[in-house]
Design a protein around this ligand. Structure first.
Ligand code: COA
Length: 714
């Protein structure tokens, strides 16, 4: 029997035998192209076309059914019309085929979800795994296998591509060939009925020949596993991701700030950073990064050096350095000593080192050599604007030679050559020799930025997640009581119980049902006090005038009580007022928001950012997938502009950042430990030089217990 697939994906990437179900003699058909590619690109295993209407296809004996093949079949590529796919899958299951890449479209992407589920369950019951459906196939350099209907003559190399978009995947295969980039694997995942990115990445990261993994993702499913996988994978190999879909559609209707701020793209962006994965903005950028990672070398210092023969292009590159977070080496005496002797007197040894338009190949050679010997220079960006001084062939040799010297020493060197046909000639020759050369300074600098970001993420030690102590049973009791009352949110007093059970201090408060009770509560708590309406119908209290602050006296309390009632009656006439919360007035401080919710893709996530009433306007927030540790919590705070304010501006005292970290971890822990809580949000969290106080807390509940667990997997 075939070695079954459940254990690993080796047989998918290195099949000893494969069948093409739906192979065709007609050259325009996909079933023909796939088989022709398999043969043309030199697959080393045995190939069996399957088509009941043919005896032979492309010189190979053809079988009526996969079950008739007199051999084990590791992989069966299915390329028959959708209505015949279930039958083909059943035959594969009974034959004991290991992997079924299903090229055919017309399943869940057009709403035929059940039909798609049916394929997976038949396959899985026999121990087989499905890739797709709705894919363009799979390429694996290890087996010289090009089972796609993409381009032929794929160049084997170090980049593995896993793509959800078929059309883009095919285009990327073509583009990599044009750019001289070598591929170790290309996997189209399509509808991801069974095999998903996480499992494929887990396999590819173990493959020796794969040096870089590039993912094109449209939507994330099983995000918790993906995060776990990517955190580990990116430690071993650079992982570059492109994700489409930056729109915030759908987020606006969310019931909490955290929900409305958690547009899927923002969450994705932050979580990729958490994973140490580099997100590119475009396919071109992703490919450029793959090229630079594949060229080898890692910056040993944060400082980069630019060598140029033109001031203008040098300035452009300097601007790009600012944009991509590349720091420029600026020790002038060292630069002067190293470069002044190598340039005309009117050149500039300052970074960018300007060799002037007079520079010839030899000037570049010596300058690049000098930069290689500077230990504090982590990476070099070498720019060139076409002049009449340079002879292409000599220049090509110098750049090629310099690149090889740098590679031996592990120092990254990127070229950007800008000019006409003679420059293009140099570019083409260098590319064919795998030298990373670009024609646009921003592209070259973006690559160096990616190298630095990756180096930084590797330098940050992996940390174990923290689980601060939280009295989960106490929280669940409170939640159960609210639910028994038919609510999907907690009242302020209940939210306070939750916070206290999570080990967080809240301002003193009490709920009043009459103006007399409000006055008595204010006296008990001590002036000044704040007052807030209690109503299940009013989510954003300050928007309707449901909040009064700084009430200094009993008279203030009476007036505020009346004013709030009046405001609610006029601005939210349908809302039922269920009381008035009287609260200790918390002194002003820097206002942050800390929230946690269940993301439909990534499961429990936590958020931090600049809080207060402008939170949705400023959108200065950052997210992480839970669980996290203190360092990750701090890193998410650092991602926001609020961090600069926490450090203190214009002589202000530094605020209690560790206190904020603690709130982030505890709020996150409540969400993780209490399945019925869907959203928890502290806004504002007032942060002082010593300590932080949660002024307002909102807790939302799931419809029925346990329902939310589904969110992450759907
Ligand atoms: N077993 C084996 N062969 C079968 C079969 C079966 N059960 N049923 C049909 N066939 C044969 C057909 O006879 C035909 O061979 P022929 O040319 O010798 O007659 C061959 O399989 C293909 O069937 P055909 O009906 O001609 O379909 P097609 O080639 O026009 O289309 C797909 C088939 C799968 C390509 C098409 O349905 C499809 O899904 N296209 C979209 C693919 C795509 O874009 N995927 C995503 C990319 S990102």
């Amino acid at each position: 029997m075939v070695e079954r697939a459940m254990g690993g994906l080796e047989r998918l990437f290195e099949p000893r035998s494969l069948a093409v179900i739906g192979a065709s003699e007609s050259p325009e058909k996909i079933g023909h192209k796939v088989l022709a590619n398999i043969i043309a690109d030199g697959y080393r295993g045995r190939v069996y076309p399957v088509n009941p209407r043919r005896e032979e296809i492309l010189g190979l004996k053809c079988y009526k059914s996969v079950e008739d093949v007199p051999d084990e079949v590791d992989v069966a590529i299915i390329v028959v019309p959708a209505e015949h796919v279930p039958g083909a899958v059943r035959s594969c299951a009974s034959k004991g085929v290991g992997f079924l890449p299903i090229i055919t479209s017309g399943f869940s992407e057009v709403g035929r979800v059940e039909e798609e589920r049916g394929l997976t369950s038949v396959a899985r019951a026999s121990g087989a795994r499905v890739l797709g459906p709705n894919i363009f196939g799979i390429y694996s350099a290890r087996a010289s296998l090009n089972a796609t209907f993409g381009p032929r003559c794929v160049r084997p190399g170090g980049v593995a591509i896993v793509t959800q978009s078929g059309a883009l995947g095919v285009a990327m295969m073509g583009k990599t060939a044009l750019e001289g980039m070598g591929l170790s694997a290309v996997v189209s995942v399509g509808n991801k009925a069974d095999l998903e990115e996480a499992e494929l990445v887990e396999h590819l990261v173990r493959q020796e020949e794969t040096r870089i993994i590039m993912l094109y993702i449209e939507g994330v499913r099983g995000g918790e596993r993906l995060v776990e996988t990517l955190v580990r994978a990116s430690r071993r190999k650079p992982v570059v991701v492109i994700k489409s879909g930056r729109s915030r559609r759908g987020a606006a209707a969310a019931a909490s700030h955290t929900g409305s701020l958690a547009g899927s793209d923002e969450v994705f962006e932050c979580i990729m950073k958490q994973c140490g994965v580099m997100r590119a903005q475009t396919v071109e950028e992703a490919m450029a990064w793959c090229k630079i990672f594949d060229a080898g070398g890692r910056p040993q210092s944060e400082d980069a050096l630019i060598i140029t023969n033109g001031g203008g292009i040098g300035v452009l590159a300097t601007d790009a350095c600012e944009r991509y977070g590349v720091r420029l080496y600026d020790d002038l005496p060292v630069l002067r000593e190293a470069f002044s002797p190598l340039m005309p007197p009117f050149g500039s040894p300052k970074n960018p080192v300007d060799l002037t338009g007079q520079a010839g190949a030899e000037h570049y050679r010596r300058a690049l050599e000098a930069a290689l010997e500077m230990p504090r220079v982590g990476a070099v960006i070498s720019l060139y604007c076409e002049t009449a001084v340079l002879v292409s062939s000599e220049f090509t040799q110098v750049l090629d030679g310099a690149f090889r010297r740098y590679r031996e020493r592990g120092k990254p060197l990127v070229f950007c050559l800008f000019g006409g046909s003679s420059t293009e000639e140099v570019v083409q020759v260098l590319r064919s020799r795998d030298v990373p050369v670009f024609t646009e300074p921003y592209e070259a600098v973006s690559c160096v930025g990616a190298l630095h970001r990756y180096a930084r993420s590797l330098a940050a030690p992996l940390e174990a997640p923290l689980s601060p102590e939280v009295r989960a049973e106490r929280i669940e009791e409170t939640v159960a009581a609210a639910r028994a009352d038919g609510r999907r949110f907690l009242y302020a007093l209940e939210a306070r119980t939750v916070m206290e059970a999570a080990g967080l201090q809240m301002p003193r408060s009490s709920t009043a049902w009459s103006v007399e009770e409000a006055v008595a509560a204010a006296r008990r708590i001590g002036f000044p006090v704040a007052m807030k309406v209690v109503s299940r119908d009013i989510l954003h209290k300050s928007d309707v005038g449901g909040v009064a602050l700084d009430l200094e006296s009993e008279r203030d309390v009476v007036e505020a009580y009346e004013a709030i009632l009046h405001n609610c009656r006029t601005r939210a006439p349908k809302a039922v007022v269920e009381g008035m919360e009287v609260m200790e007035m918390v002194p002003p401080g820097l206002e942050l928001i800390v929230g946690a919710r269940r993301d439909p893709s990534f499961g429990p996530v936590v958020m931090v950012g600049l809080g207060g009433v402008y939170v949705e306007v400023l959108r200065d927030v950052s997210f992480r997938a839970l669980p996290i540790g203190r360092r990750q919590a701090l890193s998410m705070i650092k991602d926001t502009r609020a961090y600069t304010l926490l450090l203190g501006v214009r002589g202000e005292e530094r605020r209690d950042i560790e206190g904020v970290v603690d709130v982030v971890l505890r709020v996150g822990e409540v969400l993780r430990r209490c399945p019925s809580v869907t959203d928890i949000e502290v806004n504002p969290l007032r942060v002082y030089p010593r300590g932080a106080r949660a002024v307002d807390v909102r807790v939302l509940l799931s419809e029925s217990s346990g329902e939310e667990g589904r969110g992450a997997r759907e």
